[in-house]
Design a protein around this ligand. Structure first.
Ligand code: ADQ
Length: 489
């Protein structure tokens, strides 16, 4: 294999995630069009030095027929992607059920299903069986494509059962697993009916990574309390075998944002936005519309701020951009209605014939529009109730080198550990505190803003996504070498 600069790649990196970084649309019986989602994760993994990355995952579409599967596999191969085909029933039970209805809320401290979600708990066993079956299907595809010397990196809560399946195929396979969400306190993990089986499966990996030291510590405590294993400063030991556990905080590709801001069309967009909101301070929220992002709490805090500060009412605007996700789930539908209801009430209460205090958009923005918005913002509001890291806070900072705006950041986002010194940290549940911090941010002196921005900008531009991926992969390689040394001793 050959690298970017003509040197041979040292190794292949098989990146396994629930979703491939492409959207696939069927154009005919045997033709597909593919669009690569150019997110930070993709550029990070493509940029890992000395490794040639290949992706293995679900393409997000149901392809029941063999002709379609063959054609899609061929089209994806050109993008270095390898599909795992999941049928509708498996997707329903594994993805909508076990992943999104059980693990996602649990890992964000929202607990196991109650009330209407309880119906799903009754089918818990079948959902867990589907979860294991789906993970085994991923393992089959990895095993089919694995070549000696490859490094396998599994991603996220969808694939906790995968390390075990892979090691059963080949105990010498180098397997790493990284969790993008928080790992909750062991007291929360204890409530999960399949707690031991999942922990043991993850422990089959050689390296287990989290965004923060706290999540890693929670994982080690869960293994000691629930499985009775020994936790060491390096990880978890089971009968002489060590699974290394550590924190690898993710970052973004900050150069991509810098380059975008220099484009004439983005500059033009920035100017239009500045004219549109002239005379008003711009506050911004960008989130997937998910319970964990604390959107209703954020909007209520903004209402409280307007209530207590009449002088600001016509001088500030909140732009809340919320991409709808999991729209077929009743809880998410309720959240959307709740947010619309609150926004409508506040706009009715504080709006005038010419201006409203909140612009709420239920949609995704393209990358350039997002960069322009970040650049014109005076205060960004990230009020997640829990969040593994939160990359929106990083993206905002990366686009603020000219303006040096203020970041209000939830203490329950992983990013609070890295951007805490530059941001105003808040408890998102305390609406009075968030309202006060909005006032503090809007009134902050330029020298103070500059100092805070300087701290955060330095962090975001040095701890990049590429550095994150490289550190994880090289540590995974070292882990395996160490383990081999141990056994040969
Ligand atoms: P997410 O929960 O999706 O990721 P986040 O880290 O903030 O949260 O990333 C969201 C991404 O989507 C950002 O790149 C953002 O620009 C984009 N996005 C969000 N709303 C958008 C909109 N309206 N229009 C366009 N783009 C939008 C999960 C975890 C996080 C963790 C990441 C990475 O929940 O905690 O930081 O994975 O590990």
């Amino acid at each position: 294999y050959e690298g970017h600069d003509g040197r041979p790649y040292r190794q292949r990196l098989l990146v396994v995630a629930n979703r491939l970084p492409v959207s696939a649309v069927r154009r005919g019986e045997d033709s597909w069009s593919l669009e690569i989602s150019a997110g930070g994760l993709v550029s990070a993994l493509l940029g890992v030095k000395d490794f040639e990355a290949r992706w293995i995952g679900w393409a997000g579409v149901n392809v029941p027929d063999e002709t379609g599967q063959k054609a899609l596999t061929k089209a994806l191969a050109e993008k270095r992607c390898i599909p795992v085909f999941l049928d509708e029933e498996i997707v329903h039970q594994y993805y909508n059920g076990y992943c999104n209805n059980i693990l996602w809320p649990l890992f964000h401290y929202l607990g196991l299903p109650q009330e209407d979600r309880l119906a799903t708990t009754r089918s818990f066993q079948s959902q867990f069986a589907a979860y294991k079956k789906a993970n085994q299907m991923f393992a089959d595809v990895v095993n089919e494509h694995y070549e000696e010397g490859d490094v396998v990196w599994c991603h996220d809560y969808h694939l906790m059962y995968l390390p075990k399946c892979l090691k059963e195929y080949n105990s010498k396979m180098k397997v790493g697993w990284f969790l993008h969400t928080p790992f909750p306190s062991s007291e929360i993990q204890r409530t999960l009916p399949s707690r031991s089986e999942l922990l043991r499966s993850v422990l089959a990996a050689d390296l287990v990574g989290f965004h923060t030291y706290d999540y890693a510590r929670h994982f080690v405590s869960a293994c000691t309390r629930i499985l009775g294993l020994e936790g060491t400063p390096e990880g978890v030991e089971d009968q002489g075998r060590l699974t290394r556990v550590a924190a690898f905080p993710i970052g973004i590709d900050s150069e991509r944002f810098k380059r975008a801001l220099e484009l004439p069309q983005v500059q033009q967009h920035i100017q239009e936005l500045q004219e549109r909101f002239a005379g008003r301070k711009v506050m911004l929220g960008v989130d997937r519309l998910d319970m964990i992002k604390g959107i209703p709490q954020k909007i209520l805090a903004f209402e409280k701020f307007l209530e207590e500060n009449p002088n600001w009412r016509d001088k500030v605007v909140l732009l809340q951009i919320a991409v709808p996700t999991r729209t077929d789930v009743p809880e998410y539908q309720r959240l959307t209605s709740q947010v619309h209801e609150i926004v409508g009430r506040i706009n009715g209460r504080f709006g005038t014939l010419t201006a409203v205090p909140i612009h709420h958009l239920d949609r995704s923005l393209d990358f350039h529009a997002l960069c322009a918005l970040y650049a014109v913002t005076d205060v960004a509001l990230v009020t997640s109730l829990r969040d593994g890291m939160n990359l929106v806070s990083y993206e905002f900072v990366a686009c603020q080198d000219a303006k040096k705006g203020v970041l209000i950041l939830s203490e329950f986002a992983g990013a609070a550990q890295s951007l805490g010194a530059g941001a105003i940290l808040v408890n998102p549940w305390n609406i009075t505190e968030v309202a006060a911090s909005i006032g503090q941010a809007l009134d902050m002196r330029a020298d103070e803003r500059e100092k805070r921005h300087h701290h955060n900008f330095g962090h975001v531009t040095t701890h990049t996504a590429q550095e994150w991926a490289e550190t994880f992969v090289s540590e995974l390689n070292d882990t395996v070498v160490e383990a081999q040394l141990r056994t040969s001793k």
